[in-house]
Design a protein around this ligand. Structure first.
Ligand code: DP6
Length: 347
């Protein structure tokens, strides 16, 4: 088959951070100000196909882009920036025009971040095409580094294990360019967590990630935040390994609240929670106290709530959500997913 007819299709999951990436480091492109860790959300994914559609002799990236079978001009500036950033690293982008088609399996307008899944899938396709052309094996480290240049959190979507991104003095191999899988085994009581994503507000976020990261630059509390996040990462790795559920819950919830606190402490300031977010948090604390079930919350940079719990408690947690939490969810929407799957090559 002529190279011009090559194509690659990947399914890549989204991820939820347990220790948050919030703030970028000067001196590199898309370097995080502190290290973070996340788990993948198996059933919230993007599926992307990249086809080579002829030679590129223009000296700049050439691509077409369809999202859900439709052109999406609003995504093009971000894609152009991405292709400019990877131009030197990936000969396939210099040599070929690319046709990109992508879709998410979760509905639009739910406030679920799609850039991690989208750039994760796109990076996998590009690295796969390049490996095929050069007759090499797929390089997950390269794919993670390429995904990072699209969206920082995307670099953590490429691993089945919890993924660590950003330099940590006690974690060997950790670095700012790409994520690495957690090296020590995860204890049985913290492996196979589930995530129920409660859609509290399906609207557009009041602060984009890009703006949010920027706000840390002039925030007098940011140095302290980066230092605490670095400590949290060491502690959560230990908790994962030891199966210390209480310590794990403490860090996960503290991280979520610190992310939101940083936005309240910024100038301009933002409150990203909605009343329903707070009501759910209070109910979760009450439920945990009454049942002893290790149900915990985390948050993205928005109002939606992610509820994490061990799969063994799925029935009890689902009953709790449906009886007591759906009233806080817009159109009673929530999505429940297993975690811990790597991207898969579909074609
Ligand atoms: C709150 O990865 O979306 O979800 O690198 O600018 O694309 P860019 O930002 P992005 O930031 C994600 C921030 C977060 C926390 C996290 O995923 O660690």
């Amino acid at each position: 088959m002529a190279a011009e007819n090559f194509s690659s299709t990947y399914r890549c999951p989204s991820n939820i951070a347990l220790v948050k990436y919030w703030g970028k480091k000067a001196g590199g492109i898309q370097w995080p100000a502190n290290p973070s860790i996340s788990i993948t959300l198996n059933d919230l994914f993007a599926e992307t196909t990249v086809s080579l559609s002829g030679k590129n002799t223009s000296g700049k990236p050439q691509f077409t882009f369809l999202f859900d079978h439709q052109p999406k001009p609003s995504f093009e500036p971000k894609l152009t920036q991405f292709f400019d950033r990877i131009w030197e690293q990936l000969p396939v982008v210099r040599e070929y025009a690319l046709a990109i088609k992508t879709q998410n399996n979760f509905p639009h307008g739910t406030g679920i971040a799609s850039s991690a899944a989208g750039f994760g899938a796109l990076a996998c396709c590009l690295v796969d095409l390049q490996s095929t052309l050069l007759g090499k094996d797929f390089d997950v480290q390269l794919a993670s580094s390429i995904a990072r240049l699209g969206s920082g959190s995307a670099c953590r979507s490429l691993f089945a294990e919890p993924a660590i991104w950003g330099i940590h003095p006690q974690i060997e191999g950790s670095n700012d360019d790409f994520a690495i899988p957690l090296q020590s085994p995860v204890s049985r009581n913290l492996s196979g967590l589930m995530d129920a994503v409660l859609i509290i507000d399906a609207g557009e976020k009041s602060v984009s990630s890009t703006q949010g990261h920027d706000l840390l630059n002039n925030n007098p509390y940011s140095a302290a935040r980066y230092s605490v996040a670095t400590q949290h990462l060491a502690q959560i790795c230990e908790a994962f390994h030891q199966g210390d559920v209480n310590q794990f819950i403490h860090i996960v919830e503290h991280e979520a609240l610190q992310l939101h606190a940083m936005m309240m402490l910024s100038n301009p300031y933002f409150i990203l929670m909605r009343p329903g977010t707070l009501a759910v948090i209070e109910q979760v604390w009450q439920f945990r106290k009454e049942t002893g079930i290790p149900l915990m919350f985390t948050l993205d940079a928005g109002a939606n709530v992610h509820l994490l719990f061990p799969a063994a408690h799925k029935t009890a947690v689902t009953n709790f959500i449906e009886k007591q939490l759906l009233l806080y969810c817009q159109n009673e929407q929530y999505f429940c997913t297993e975690t811990g799957k790597a991207p898969t090559k579909l074609v």
